[in-house]
Design a protein around this ligand. Structure first.
Ligand SMILES: [Zn+2]
Length: 464
């Protein structure tokens, strides 16, 4: 992209991205600076407008601004799952990139077939590696420039709940589709010895999802429905400032809702067992957590009875598995609700630094539900990746010991200073990706005590 100054170029690129999304016709359109002082932007079709320049740098980056315009054709009957997604990507990093890495769990769980990949309308040789679609840009995308990456795939939902299948399945009459939309990420192994979340996604300012189904379905997503066709088989959802777009669907989902402040909390369910208790647990947890950590910035919070498996967080939505025991319900709902702040608003690399979201969410959940307990595994390090903990001790170390370490910081520095620091951390880091030390430092900075030396160093040798 020509242009001697970076800021106008970025502005134009951002404007171009908005125009592409707003047109709902994500053809190959890219920002083109008209020179110094240019204030107009004229979209023109075809690869001639591409900002991609010849060359290669062997570099990708998470520091991009990406919006998504995606169509999902979902057959409830056959479990066919066909995706056509256009990501409008502006390179916000300091240097050029020559590939993007798009994450989709369907590559590991849905027998994914990639049928097309285009960069600004030109076919490129994308390939699948583990759960990543690696898309070469066919040249370099300069800093500040924008490109449109389109991928199409077909996949099939599973029917089981075992292993990780519950993330992408249809069971108990409910479709679970987690981390399926090809999303800007970095290459991250899917296999792990425990139930850690092998994902890292950046926040998108705008996602438009059209879902076309073989029959009328009630669909819960991370966005708001903005359109439904007369026959009920085409629905469109939009979301802003989310790091994923999870889809849950059933033909006979029922709903019940309540309000906490300005937020509507809506429970989607097929089995009415625990329905009142689930919504009650969600609204209590939401109210307590919001009072401590600051306002939830979206109009709705969806609590969804999922096909089964585990409780799971998504932006603006949580999954509570079908058949969850009533004794575990209050804690589980609080844990997943706390992820709206730690993961949803303040993101992290969940695979490589799971402490940042899991320990914080579990501490908050156990604090507001009064369910703090001690760990059933030997005291150990908290700075490891999900790939380095055993199935038996991952939860006991990262969640329980991690949460108890945060609680030790609270007791040492005093509740008032602690909650003020945590609230400020959410406010400052919202929309970004933090590291474990970002959280630890935020607490340490709010007290004259040396929490690093006193509490954190022994558990985080990689950082202290
Ligand atoms: Zn969690």
């Amino acid at each position: 992209m020509p242009g001697p100054r970076r800021n106008p170029a970025l502005l134009l690129a951002a404007l171009a991205a908005l125009l592409v999304v707003a047109s709902a016709a994500p053809a190959a359109v890219a920002g083109r600076a008209m020179g110094p002082g240019a204030t107009t932007f004229a979209p023109a079709p075809g690869p001639a407008t591409s900002a991609i320049e010849p060359g290669s740098v062997g570099r990708s980056s998470l520091d991009v601004r990406a919006t998504y315009a995606t169509t999902l054709r979902l057959s409830y009957g056959t479990r066919r799952f066909a995706v056509h997604s256009a990501a409008t990507i502006t390179n916000m990093s300091d240097g050029p990139i020559d590939r993007v890495e798009l994450n989709t769990a369907a590559a590991r769980l849905g027998s994914l077939k990639l049928t097309s990949s285009l960069v600004d309308g030109r076919a490129v040789a994308a390939r699948i590696s583990d759960q990543t679609i690696i898309v070469p840009l066919g040249g370099i995308l300069p800093s500040g420039a924008t490109t449109v990456v389109r991928v199409k795939y077909t996949a099939t939902l599973r029917t089981s709940l075992s292993g990780s299948s519950w993330l992408f399945t249809k069971a108990h009459g409910i479709v679970n589709a987690y981390r399926w939309l090809p999303w800007v990420s970095r290459r991250t192994p899917f296999d792990r010895p425990n139930h850690g979340d092998p994902f890292v996604t950046t926040t998108s300012p705008f996602v438009r999802l059209t879902v076309i189904t073989d029959r009328k379905l009630v669909i819960a997503t991370s966005g708001d429905r903005v359109f439904r066709s007369a026959d009920g088989r085409t629905q469109r959802f939009e979301a802003r400032d989310v790091r994923d777009m999870t889809v849950s669907a059933a033909p006979d989902f029922r709903t019940r809702a309540t309000k906490v402040g300005d937020t509507t909390i809506r429970y989607y369910y097929r089995s009415s067992a625990n329905a009142a208790a689930t919504l009650d647990a969600a609204s209590r947890a939401f109210r307590s957590i919001q009072a401590r950590l600051g306002d939830y910035p979206y109009p709705t919070f969806n609590v969804v009875q999922s096909a089964g498996g585990y409780g799971m967080e998504s932006p603006r939505m949580i999954w509570i598995p079908y058949g969850v025991s009533s004794t575990n319900l209050r804690y589980l709902v609080a844990h997943e609700t706390a992820h709206q702040w730690f993961y949803g608003m303040v993101g992290n690399d969940q695979a490589r630094q799971p402490f940042a979201d899991e320990a914080a969410a579990d501490f908050v959940a156990r604090y507001v539900t009064g369910t703090k307990r001690s760990s059933r595994c030997p005291t150990g390090r908290l700075d490891r990746t999900i790939y380095e903990y055993t199935a038996r001790c991952y939860y006991e170390k990262v969640y329980i010991q991690g949460g108890n370490l945060i609680d030790a910081a609270r007791r040492a520095m005093g509740s008032t200073a602690f909650w003020a620091a945590l609230r400020r951390y959410v406010e400052v880091q919202r929309g970004g990706l933090v590291r474990n030390v970002t959280l630890l430092q935020a607490l340490d900075d709010a007290t004259p005590l040396d929490l690093g030396r006193r509490l954190f160093a022994a558990r985080f040798p990689r950082d202290y």
